[in-house]
Every structure is written in C-alpha cells, then in structure tokens.
Design a protein around this ligand. Structure first.
Ligand SMILES: Nc1ncnc2c1ncn2[C@@H]1O[C@H](COP(=O)(O)OP(=O)(O)O)[C@@H](O)[C@H]1O
Ligand SMILES: [Mg+2]
Length: 318
C-alpha cells in the first residue's frame, strides 16, 4: 500500500498543488505567472560517462521555498550549479533548458549570452561560507552590490552612503548588525551564513539558491540559518531553493520538497508527506542518511515562533 502510495506521489506531475505561496509573491506577465525557476529535461553526463542528471524537469513558482533533498552524490549540487549557469548541460539534442524569472540561463548545453544579467537576480549561498575572510562583515555584504554598480566603483571599494545603509539594514535583518566591523574570519559558521544571506538581500536577489548551507553547522545554528531563509522568503517573497542533506529541516522549513536519487527526481510534493516510512519506500537503506533520527527538538521549535530580540544576543553564539 505504502509502495503504491509512494509511486503515486512520486509520479505526480511536476507541481505541488497543496503548497501555499506567500502573499504578494506572484509576478504577473500578462495573464501568465512567470516561473521563478523552470528546468526542462536537463541531463548532464560528466567526463567518464557518469550521468549526474537524468532528464530533470522542475517548475518553481515565485515565492516558493523548496527543499532539494537526496543522499550524497544524488545530483543536488550539480542541479544548482546548472541553475546558476556555472556548468552547462549535455548538448546531445535534449532540450536541457533552464530559465530563472523568465530569463534563459542555458539551453541545449549553451549559456545565454546575457547570463550575467540573470545571475544578478540569483543569490548563491554555499556550504563553504564563501565570504572574504580578511574583509569586514559590512564590506562582504556590500560585495553583493557588485553585479549592480559600475565595475570601477566596486573595484575601488567606493560604496555610497545609501549602499552602506542598505548593507547595515540587511545585517540587522539577519541579527548580525553588531558584527558589521569585524573581520569575516572571526565569525562562526552560522554567523557567516547569515552574513551571506544579508549579502543576497543587498544584491536584491529575487531567487536564492543555497547548496547545503547548514551541512557543517551545529543544530542550533542550522535552525537559525533556516529561520533566516524562511523569514526572507515569507516577508520579501524571495524564492528559495535549498539543498539539504537531512529531511527533518525540509519538513520543518520548506512547504515543498524535491527529492533526488541518482540524478533523477523521485518525488516532488508537500514536505509533510515525507514520513520515515515513505522515505524508506523512496530510498530504501539510503533513507537513513537523510534522517536525523529524531525530529528537531521542541525547544528549537518554540524558538522559531518567538519574536527575535533586537541585537539578538541569544543568536550571537551561532
Ligand atoms: N565536476 C565533476 N566531474 C565529474 N563528476 C562529477 C562532477 N561533479 C559532480 N560529479 C558527479 O555527479 C554526481 C552528482 O554529484 P553532486 O551533484 O555533487 O551530488 P550531491 O550534491 O547530491 O552530493 C556524483 O556522482 C558526482 O561524483
Ligand atoms: Mg552537493
């Protein structure tokens, strides 16, 4: 019965009808809502013949917060890197198209000529806290402006007052304002990820792609980073696609989950459908890799509903 149910959901069309969109998140173009991310039959074979992505199709609407789960090697990073246009798909005649906010990133193995403009709309957050260590937190956030200001001004570090104010606002938003003048290297992993989120806010990214942003953090920091992503998704309508190694966080923070195995999408639907039994059904023995063994602690759950203190000392240790 469960196997049947699993297959039924897994084979559903690439939509998640029960997923609720956040208010004001739709952008209308004529009568059609432009997808935030549209991927059509994307395949990737790396040198050596291994198929890392196998005809992936995916449609994510503006304002969605979507988890991408799967065991190590299932293709999550490869899919996200294609979406930012860092790598190109196979050219063997398959469609292999990706567009973000209605603008083509790549098609049939070729990047769009204006891919840089599309990239300016995409905030990227990676597992490796990609801040510049020796620069201040504030300067790191200002670097988010680089895609939007003349290169010479960015190179000289000539950010104007309005930009600095916006960077401070973004830092306050992620409860990192008090660290603005510190070097990035002095922050913990969780703090660095929140600064990376502030940088994406300053970039005015409409879409955030986060590749295992919590993979190397302690559980408390994991929750704070996921709460921050959920907050900007809800309040700013920023579309978030976040790859996660552990499904518990997907269930807790992302209304919709796309589950991958061996380069293919094997489930796309409401995260709450991902019970332990269903995961076992989808992944077999691999499912153990995807579960924490217990649901996030009640105390952590309570913290997400609290209003966060200004200056957030409680967050400072993350
Ligand atoms: N640059 C690369 N060259 C060759 N194989 C790669 C490369 N990047 C990823 N792969 C392979 O593609 C598959 C998917 O990898 P990846 O997207 O990193 O998975 P995940 O992020 O889910 O752990 C793996 O088998 C991996 O070894
Ligand atoms: Mg990865």
């Amino acid at each position: 019965m469960l196997a049947f149910l699993g297959q039924g959901i897994a084979r559903a069309p690439f939509t998640a009808p029960s997923v609720r969109l956040n208010k004001g998140a739709h952008r209308e173009k004529g009568l059609r809502v432009v997808s935030a991310i549209e991927i059509v039959e994307l395949s990737k074979t790396f040198h050596g013949g291994r198929k890392a992505l196998d005809a992936i199709s995916l449609s994510i609407r503006p304002g969605e917060m979507v988890a991408l789960i799967g065991a190590s090697g299932s293709g999550k990073s490869t899919l996200l890197r294609h979406t930012t246009g860092l790598i190109t798909a196979d050219r063997n005649g398959e469609t292999g198209a990706i567009s973000v906010l209605g603008r083509v990133v790549q098609t049939q193995g070729r990047l769009a000529s204006d891919v840089r403009a599309v990239r300016a709309e995409i905030g990227v957050i990676s597992q490796q806290f990609n801040l510049v260590d020796r620069l201040s937190v504030l300067t790191n956030v200002l670097l988010g402006r680089l895609g939007r200001i003349p290169a010479w001004r960015g190179c000289l570090g000539l950010f104007n007052d309005a930009e600095k104010r916006a960077a401070m606002e973004a830092l306050n938003r992620v409860h990192m304002g008090e660290y603005a003048m510190q070097r990035a290297s002095t922050l913990s992993g969780g703090q660095q990820q929140r600064v990376a989120i502030a940088r994406a806010l300053v970039q005015k990214a409409q879409v955030i792609l986060a590749d295992e942003p919590i993979a190397s953090l302690d559980p408390g920091s994991c929750h704070r980073v996921m709460e921050t992503l959920a907050d900007i998704n809800k309040k700013d309508g920023i579309t978030v696609m976040v790859s996660l190694h552990q499904v518990d966080y997907a269930i807790r923070y992302c209304p919709r989950t796309v589950a991958m195995r061996d380069g293919a999408v094997i489930f796309d639907g409401p995260s709450k459908a991902l019970t332990a039994d269903f995961l076992n059904d989808l992944y077999g023995a691999e499912s153990e890799q995807l579960m924490l063994g217990q649901r996030p602690a009640a105390s952590a759950a309570a913290r997400t509903t609290e209003s966060l203190p200004e200056g957030a000392t409680a967050w400072a240790g993350a």
